[in-house]
Write a protein that binds this ligand. Sequence first.
Ligand SMILES: O=C(O)c1cc(=O)[nH]c(=O)n1[C@@H]1O[C@H](COP(=O)(O)O)[C@@H](O)[C@H]1O
Length: 273
Amino acid sequence: MDANILFEQIKKKQSVLCVGLDTDLEKVPQHLLLEEDPIFAFNKAIIDATHHVTVAYKPNTAFYEAYGIKGWQSLKKTINYLNDNHPDIFTIADAKRGDIGNTSSRYAKAFFEDLGFDSVTTAPYMGKDSIEPFLAFEGKFTIMLALTSNPGAFDFQTQKVGAAELYKKVLETSKSWENSERLMYVVGATKAEYLAEIRQIIPKAFLLVPGVGAQGGSMDDVFKYGATETAGLLINSSRGIIYASAEKDFAEAAAAEAEKLQRQMAVHLKQLN
Ligand SMILES: O=C(O)c1cc(=O)[nH]c(=O)n1[C@@H]1O[C@H](COP(=O)(O)O)[C@@H](O)[C@H]1O
């Protein structure tokens, strides 16, 4: 997908909402378990109810891989449903991959070509040759972990390596990689106070920001420190939206939560224009 399509969606919907499809059969409403493919039935209902305020969907592959071949088929049906019905909505395979070069290129083929996602999340620990095979795909984006939302982010990412923190080195170094214009970065909403410094290193790149909702990050701070002139943000919420209700009204409840976040986003987006 061309980044301009994403910018247009953000403008049109006045939203930077990414809905995380972290679909867990232990949490979906019981009546869906009678369906032939409960995961897909749940995802379809969530997509149908939220697409009007959503610019990106992010299935986390762990929730599909946990169910083996069946889970993988549910993931495939979900991405096909999105590509067929909402081709302008950005799709993210949240798989956090990265390996030696020839292996990374197989991961990239799996998510970009076989499944047909617009982007995939990657972990930068193995360095340049583990990420460049993803960047080689034209029209696709690679979303690399920079400063994550979890407490363990302080174990390595914020530790100094020489003069700078590791996550800053990752950001700075990645700018020199081939096709680095196809990079986006993950910064957790729980680390919003770091965003001003992050923007000094990568002023324009898109940031995927998880951690609002269930993890307690502040959307106001994410916009205050992290927004560019054109937003440059995708703010993800998974559990806070998809499990807003565990009853038959789950899709309506998800829509209400998504719309609530979108209204908050619209206020911030107007201030940027
Ligand atoms: O890459 C991610 O999406 C990610 C990075 C990060 O630093 N923190 C983080 O929570 N995530 C993912 O974002 C989603 C957050 O889900 P909720 O906390 O339920 O909104 C999960 O799928 C996480 O795996």
